[in-house]
Design a protein around this ligand. Structure first.
Ligand SMILES: Cc1cc2nc3c(=O)[nH]c(=O)nc-3n(C[C@H](O)[C@H](O)[C@H](O)COP(=O)(O)OP(=O)(O)OC[C@H]3O[C@@H](n4cnc5c(N)ncnc54)[C@H](O)[C@@H]3O)c2cc1C
Ligand code: FES
Length: 275
């Protein structure tokens, strides 16, 4: 099955086995054996929880599962990119070969393929680069689209994450790697060079908002992968709601996480990757 056509996830979590965890600067790449998963569409995510010691100590309640983009599929394997920002991600970063991992997914709506003869510009900030790796794989497998990859990081340790994709132009806030400045400065150059582009972005909310505004001004289609806090991941709790253009709300877990930028007046402050 093509990586663009996603089968619905079975409504039950699966117990997977960890194959390994690799360092990538400050990030970790978690690899799990995942033979029976429906093939995810790039941009879809899974709710993850460790099988052992997931909160729930003597005076602690178990954590809720946490949402993670499916960063890559290899035959029989799923890969996730992790940044340790709190108790859940810290525990996941401690996993070792042979440990168990509960996974529910693939969930949500992923990216749509670009229109014929349009260049895909992938724009990722920090840990938000994760869904762009599987997207680059899918675009390159079809070999029908030119792909440009622009990635931005706070510093050099985070910029090592750029190795998850290939051929990326990198920007860092501190100038330690690549362009010294904002990722959107690189995007502006690329759109100036060739406006027949479609933009695919994931990252912190201020970055996504800058991308949205730039693409709106230049009339360039953009798909934004949002990262609102999620309690359930399948539409039941409304914890992930963000305001949509014209009134009402979108639930990031079922209406997204990938949202057409034209559906938003702006990217809310809490709707991006941890920064
Ligand atoms: C669809 C989706 C895909 C995601 N993909 C990835 C991924 O590939 N890799 C990755 O490392 N993280 C990803 N995240 C974010 C990840 O779910 C959170 O970092 C994680 O839940 C934090 O849990 P914690 O217990 O470690 O920290 P917590 O104590 O729960 O949070 C630590 C800090 O991160 C902020 N935070 C928590 N959850 C989110 C969130 N969902 N979005 C934005 N900020 C948040 C909190 O406000 C707090 O400041 C994704 C989130 C979503 C919704
Ligand atoms: S996370 Fe529960 S509705 Fe979206």
């Amino acid at each position: 099955m093509s990586q663009w056509s996603a089968a619905p996830a079975p409504f039950a979590r699966r117990l997977l086995t960890v194959l390994g965890i690799d360092e990538l600067g400050v990030y970790r790449v978690l690899r799990v054996a995942d033979v029976e998963t429906p093939e995810p569409r790039p941009g879809q995510f899974a709710m993850l929880a460790t099988a052992e010691r997931w909160g729930g100590g003597e005076d602690e309640r178990p954590y809720l599962p946490r949402a993670f983009s499916i960063a890559r599929r290899r035959i029989g394997e799923s890969h996730f990119l992790l940044e340790d920002v709190g108790p859940g991600t810290r525990r996941l970063c401690e996993l070792r070969e042979g440990d168990g991992l509960w996974a529910l997914g693939p969930l949500g709506r992923g990216f749509q393929p670009p229109r014929p003869r349009h260049r895909a510009i992938l724009v990722g900030g920090g840990v938000g680069i994760a869904p762009l790796a599987i997207l680059q794989d899918a675009l390159e497998a079809e070999a029908a689209t030119d792909v440009t990859v622009l990635l931005g990081f706070r510093d050099g340790a985070r910029a090592q994450g750029a190795a998850l994709l290939h051929g990326a132009r990198v920007a860092t806030d501190d100038g330690s790697v690549g362009h010294h400045g904002l990722l959107t400065e690189l995007l502006s150059q690329e759109l100036y060079r060739d406006s027949r582009a479609e933009v695919y972005a994931c990252g912190p909310a201020p970055m996504l908002e800058a991308v949205r505004a730039m693409c709106a001004t230049r009339d360039v289609p953009a798909q934004l992968a949002l990262e609102a806090g999620m309690a359930c991941g399948f539409g039941a709790c409304y914890g992930c709601a963000v305001p949509k253009r014209g009134g009402g709300y979108l639930r990031v877990c079922v209406d997204g996480p990938v949202i057409d930028a034209r559906e938003l007046d702006c990217v809310s402050e809490h709707a991006g990757a941890p920064s």
